[in-house]
Design a protein around this ligand. Structure first.
Ligand code: GLN
Length: 307
């Protein structure tokens, strides 16, 4: 079967599952059409295959985390970033108020505590606006087209960001961040509110899989060691408290977000993205996870399978 037909078959097989629920702690996310479903594959040599709602827009949410981590690594270097945020799986939910015993660092950059610190490592300290511009420019470079912020989603999340204020205050109390916690959460929330399509996410993932070079624009967005570091952390921490189940069953580095997006990156091969808004208890798209499971099984994408 040609790849687009195969992808359409995968979506058809997953569409019947209407379990899970859209995120509603961000009021704007509760309003989305829950039946949306899309998948896109982007190879490292620039072939793009899609099916379903591949061009529907949604907010990037936590899928911004690996890419902003990449930008921070590129700008500050590995040592400086590791000094602030560790790379150990937390086994906890994305919004847990947790820090590593002893070092006091957030456990990893894929949970909110770590992502908020990583966000503040870009640009000049005390300049949240400049930082937001850098985030937008960086995410756009990964996508290969200019992205924008969904102002309605940003305003909506800002009204209910109590949990992230708690996390930011915890980080401020130990000087992991030095700016006003409310300003930091506002800027981090803008990062999460960048609007993307499933196609954008597949190309962003393919840029990581391609060692930091965008497959179509051929722009080097980050160095190869950065892409390796980011995909390593996605493999161990990208799926929060289901990271172990994910890596053993699906078997490739991945990252999910509460708007229903999920990406996978296969080094040297492929970027994968799927989108469907209803979430499982871990905060990952029910159908997005199932699409990835099927792609992995059908196409033999598990990293631990012999070639
Ligand atoms: N903006 C969301 C938050 O910080 C992102 C969470 C997610 O996608 N898991 O709560």
């Amino acid at each position: 079967t040609p790849i687009p037909d195969y992808l359409a078959e995968v979506l058809a097989a997953c569409a019947a599952d209407a379990s899970g629920a859209v995120a509603d702690y961000i009021p704007e996310l509760a309003q989305v059409e829950p039946e949306q479903l899309g998948v896109v594959l982007a190879t490292v040599d620039g072939a793009v295959y899609e099916a379903g709602d591949a061009d529907a827009g949604f907010t990037i949410q936590s899928i911004s985390k690996p890419f902003v981590y990449a930008l921070a690594l590129q700008q500050r270097g590995l040592e400086a970033v590791l000094a602030q945020v560790d790379v150990e799986p937390s086994g906890e939910a994305f919004n847990e108020l947790s820090l590593e015993k002893g070092s006091g660092r957030p456990l990893n950059p894929m949970i909110n505590a770590g992502a908020i610190v990583v966000h503040t490592m870009l640009g000049d300290p005390g300049d949240p606006q400049g930082r937001c511009e850098q985030v937008l420019a960086g995410l756009s470079a990964f996508a290969g087209r200019p992205l924008g912020v969904d102002e309605a989603a940003y305003a909506s999340e800002s009204e209910t960001a109590f949990r992230n204020y708690a996390i930011a205050n915890m980080l401020r109390s130990r000087d992991s961040i030095v700016e006003d916690p409310e300003d930091v959460v506002a800027a981090y929330t803008r990062q999460c509110s960048v609007r993307v399509t499933t196609r954008d996410l597949a190309l962003m993932a393919a840029t990581l899989a391609n060692g930091g070079v965008h497959p179509l624009s051929e722009e080097r967005v980050v160095e190869e060691w950065v892409a390796r570091q980011v995909m390593s952390v996605m493999a161990t921490c990208g799926m929060y408290d289901s990271a172990g189940d994910w890596i053993s069953t699906v078997g490739f580095p991945a990252k999910s977000g509460v708007s229903g997006g999920i990406i996978g990156a296969l080094p040297g091969q492929l970027g994968i993205a799927a989108f469907s808004p209803r979430l499982d208890p871990h905060g990952s798209s029910v159908r997005g996870v199932e699409v990835c499971r099927r792609l992995s099984a059908d196409m033999g994408l598990h990293m631990m399978d012999p070639p």
